[in-house]
Write a protein that binds this ligand. Structure first.
Ligand code: NA7
Length: 575
């Protein structure tokens, strides 16, 4: 049986859901396929304890529906995974989206059929879908929109002996739907990126003993932990028109709107104090859930080492992120790194543990800023052990746990918090074959080549939402998603209105765009030689090292997309 919609959307996370809503409203017949059993994408799969968003919820929410904006209550300023998933479910119900979504349906291959100008998707149904009645085995659509997410393919290192472990194995990015009871369990976790840092304090509370296997120490700062106050939420609601406009003008797609009317305690001199709810140092976007960004001088180098440490001791580690020179001057960066390490020395009881937790091989600003709740305090607990796998490498996984070159660690549960094959993983996994049988995997062998992160030469009518070369993960994802979905929707409509059937990036336009993406990333902390991050693909063995997101800022990018349209879809071939 073959289903033939106008538009096939792959993925029912926030991108796929909005794309479905929008394209259906434009009059297209739309089908969405989703491997999971429900909507939510990232927030469906990442259910590990402590999972939380690092952008404030009043901004990390859809802007397309004014009534939705006015109705939805967020319990916290920075929501936890269950609340974000509830929101996704609410949106699916409210706009009656599920009727067009085939859940438990995985894309196995996607092939362009030139004679029909259609994309043929071969799909497979996961175990949970068996009860569905005769789902289509193939879908053929004129347009295909990959809404597959930037962080959706878990990266799981191949460790010797991994299959021999007899305990429970989990990955933070594929956490089970059913609750996992860790009471009385000896738990091991590999990885100390955002996921590990969020999970570790929660796992320590639940487990009998937690052993953390760390390869690279992280720079993490305290997250904002505020509950949502009704008055603040109302003030946002009253100002949403302005807020959405401000998002469009901000490099990271956040408005940084400061409530004024709902301030709890105005100062006695009646001066207006702005509450730092969404404070984001523009240089460390999108690390927006800082507990506070205290006023600090612009340059860390204007302070003595003693003054720096005193400031951080008084105001917290996140103060270091507010110095502008930290992100564009290597001497200032190292001054901040050194202050960070010194501060850790004062926070961690055991000097050896403190030394192991101190990053030395790279600087602040290289990776996405990590935010935590009680991460460092957790290492002062007697029931938490930190193992440095650079000093004492993992030799093998055994039946009973992990063996390093120093000792055996017996475990009941082994958790991989080892991240994702970011930005390109899901697109390459889809076995995409374009014109003349050209495989996307071959085209992208040396790194992704795409025009505006939206489209690729050789792959007509195939679009990527928040694809490599667009601001994507350096922007508030909801803002980036809405802009891409709207652009693609307008484009498809334009083709129909003008009796055109296809659109395809020219080879020159995509090569020029990739050069521009690299050019703007050059000289930033993201691309210093000492920096290894998933932005660069360097977390996945064998992956080409290339900076994938667009760092030139969301407004500049958006204007470029608008200009391309104003110039008659410049850089694209229409036919
Ligand atoms: P990250 O940030 O890629 O972190 C993965 C962690 O796993 C990191 O500490 C890695 O160490 C570690 N890792 C990966 N492979 C290994 C092996 N083979 N041995 C030991 N340790 C390993 O992923 P997250 O899921 O935490 O966060 C991804 C994004 O999701 C985050 O930035 C937010 O945007 C949400 P390494 O640093 O590579 O030495």
């Amino acid at each position: 049986m073959t289903n033939r919609p106008d538009v096939l959307i792959v993925g029912a996370g926030f991108a796929g859901m909005y794309a479905l809503y929008r394209y259906r409203n434009l009059g297209f017949n739309v089908t969405v396929i989703e491997a999971g059993s429900d909507v939510g994408g990232t927030w469906f799969w990442n259910r590990y304890p402590g999972a939380r968003c690092d952008v404030p919820s009043l901004e990390y929410s859809y802007g397309f529906s004014k009534s939705l904006e006015q109705d939805w209550d967020w319990p916290e300023v920075f929501s936890a995974q269950p609340d974000i998933l509830k929101y996704a479910n609410h949106v699916a119900d409210r706009f009656d989206l599920r009727q067009h979504i085939q859940f438990n349906t995985r894309l196995v291959a996607l092939e362009y059929m030139e004679t029909d100008n259609r994309w043929r998707a071969t799909i497979e149904h996961t175990a949970e879908s068996k009860e569905q009645s005769e789902p289509a085995a193939q879908i053929e659509a004129q347009f295909c929109v990959m809404a597959t997410g930037c962080l959706s393919v878990p990266n799981k290192p191949v460790l010797p002996g991994a299959d021999s472990f007899t305990g429970t194995v989990l990955h933070t990015g594929l956490w089970p739907k059913e609750p996992v009871d860790l009471t009385g369990k000896r738990v091991g976790i590999i990885g100390t990126g955002s996921s590990g840092v969020q999970a570790i304090p929660e796992l320590a509370k639940q487990a009998e003993h937690l052993t953390v296997f760390q390869r690279t120490p992280v720079y993490t700062v305290p997250a904002n932990r505020k509950a949502m106050r009704a008055a603040v939420q109302q003030e946002f609601r009253d100002n949403y028109d302005d807020i959405r406009e401000m998002q469009q003008k901000n490099a990271g797609g956040v408005s940084n709107f400061r409530p004024v009317r709902s301030l709890r305690r105005p100062r006695s001199d009646n001066a207006v104090r702005q509450e730092p709810i969404t404070a984001i140092p523009s240089t460390s976007l999108p690390a927006s859930s800082l507990s506070s960004v205290a006023q600090a001088p612009n340059a860390i180098l204007s302070l003595t080492p003693e003054e720096r440490l005193e400031m951080v001791t008084e105001r917290g580690l996140n103060t270091l992120l507010s110095f502008r020179d930290v992100y564009n001057n290597t001497e200032a960066n190292e001054a901040a790194n050194e202050t960070f390490r010194q501060a850790l020395g004062n926070m961690i009881d055991d000097p050896e543990v403190s030394a192991r937790l101190s990053p030395t091989t790279y600087g602040l600003g290289c990776k996405r800023q990590v935010l935590d709740r009680d991460y460092y305090d957790t290492f002062n607990r007697d029931d938490v052990t930190l193992v440095d796998v650079i000093d004492t490498p993992i030799e093998t996984i055994t039946r009973d746990g992990i063996r390093t070159n120093e000792k055996d660690y017996d475990l009941d549960v082994l958790i991989y918090a080892t991240g994702f094959d970011a930005m390109t993983g899901a697109l390459l996994k889809a076995n995409i074959q374009g014109r003349d049988g050209k495989r996307l995997a071959d085209k992208w062998q040396d790194g992704p080549v795409a025009y505006l992160g939206l489209q690729m030469h050789g792959f007509p009518n195939l679009f990527t939402i928040t694809g490599p070369g667009s601001p994507s993960v350096l922007c508030n994802m909801l803002v980036a998603i809405e802009q891409h979905v709207n652009w693609i929707g307008d484009c498809i409509k334009y083709l129909g209105d003008n009796n055109l059937e296809s659109i395809e990036a020219t080879p020159e336009a995509e090569v020029d765009w990739v050069a521009h993406v690299n050019e703007v990333a050059e000289g930033t902390m993201y691309t210093t030689p000492s920096c290894n991050s998933w932005y660069l693909g360097s977390n996945v063995p064998g992956k080409a090292r290339i900076f994938m997101p667009y760092v030139g800022g969301y407004p500049r990018y958006r204007e470029q997309c608008e200009q391309v349209v104003a110039n008659g879809y410049e850089g694209f071939c229409l036919g």
